[in-house]
Design a protein around this ligand. Structure first.
Ligand code: NAD
Length: 333
């Protein structure tokens, strides 16, 4: 069986996913949902999408009568994920939602609940959960090759351009760098160490309050503590380039990824030497694997369901609270 996908929100990431899906064996782009109908003719032509599988935001609920679409992949700005996911679920479609899954834990919980109630699957676009270098390190960790894990360091950032884009608008982005790029270090710490944090601490630095308005973080340094005693120290920023690195240390070895989460090729090495997996577009592997999860109930090596997205949102809530109160905040996931 082939997973038949409709993309919702035809921006730059949707285009990347659509292009990568051309190489998929088990997933196929068959539909498009856009608030800008002028985009649709191009998409129809470029990706061979029939008019009967094209929707706008007013007639989108009719998708429930469309037997040719299995899943809606939401790639709109962060603030609209919540509503779009709940609408797609109510129409009886499985949903893939981009990261961050929503603006906060409360919204995330509502999305998880709505999909459970509708009997549809909710997955989050965590493409690194299928990346071969990353998975090799996770496998080595499972085999105890790093010994007792002590420390994770995650650096996630880039210098953001256009001050008028939605990513710098609190209403649409829900925050700043942490929502968009820092989430890679949060999520990465969890899949690299293989456990969930029980506390966070954090500090914010803002050098440009004109570009980064109230509620839009420029740079946050944060720590997370884990039940095993391992700690993570991370940096999230919109004001520095060349920050895409994970480093994990145990008492028997280490793992290093740089780049760790960019579009690739990902480069990894460990105390045993370099990892050398061939590069395949992350979204191609992700969509083929998600086809297996949705259509065949396969279990991924690293979970990508709504609960995973929700955990990261709860950690983000706690980090913003730690920044606001200048204190260590307990997390229960
Ligand atoms: P983008 O601005 O290029 O595209 C967003 C699309 O949503 C546009 O087509 C826009 O027209 C549409 N849209 C719908 N409602 C809108 C509204 N009210 N305001 C503004 N635009 C609206 O953004 P993007 O880079 O494609 O990011 C989209 C989502 O994908 C974000 O949640 C982002 O975090 C995520 N993303 C994930 C990855 C990844 O590697 N997994 C990479 C990039 C972006």
């Amino acid at each position: 069986p082939v997973l038949r996908v409709a993309l919702m929100g035809l921006g730059s990431y949707a285009t990347r996913v659509a292009d990568a899906m051309k190489d998929c064996k088990k997933a196929k782009l068959v539909g498009a949902i856009s608030g800008t109908p002028s985009k649709l003719p191009n998409w129809q032509k470029k990706y061979n999408i029939p008019a009967s599988n094209c929707y706008n935001y007013s007639n989108f609920d009719d998708i429930k009568n469309n037997k040719d679409i299995d899943v809606v992949y939401v790639t709109t700005p962060n603030a609209i994920h919540h509503n779009n996911v709940i609408r797609a679920a109510a129409a009886g479609k499985h949903v893939i939602c981009e990261k961050p899954m929503a603006l906060n834990g409360k919204e995330g919980q509502e999305m998880v609940d709505a999909c459970r109630k509708a009997g549809v699957k909710l997955l989050v676009g965590y493409r690194m959960h299928f990346e071969p270098n990353t998975l090799e390190i996770i496998k080595m960790r499972g085999n105890g090759e790093f010994g007792k894990l002590r420390f994770f360091n995650g650096l996630s950032g880039f210098r953001i351009g256009d001050p008028n884009q939605w990513r710098l608008n609190k209403e649409l982005a829900g925050g700043g760098s942490l929502m968009d790029i820092g989430i890679y270090s949060i999520n990465g710490a969890r899949y690299m160490l293989g456990e969930d944090p029980i506390w966070v601490a954090a500090h914010e630095t803002k050098t440009d309050p004109v570009k980064f308005k109230a509620g839009v973080d420029e740079t946050i340094q944060f720590e997370m503590g884990f039940p095993s005693g391992a700690v993570a120290s991370c940096l999230s920023t919109y004001n520095m380039n060349y920050l895409d690195r994970f480093y994990m240390v145990g008492d028997k070895g280490f793992a290093f990824l740089q780049p760790a989460t960019g579009y690739g090729p990902i480069k990894g090495h460990t105390h045993k030497g370099e990892l050398s997996f061939p590069h395949i577009a992350h979204q191609t592997i992700q969509m083929d694997e998600m086809a297996g999860i949705i259509l065949e109930n396969k279990n991924p090596i690293v979970a990508v369901d709504g609960n995973e997205g929700l955990k990261d949102l709860k950690i983000i809530d706690a980090i913003y609270k730690a920044v606001g109160t200048n204190s260590k905040v307990e997390v229960s996931l």
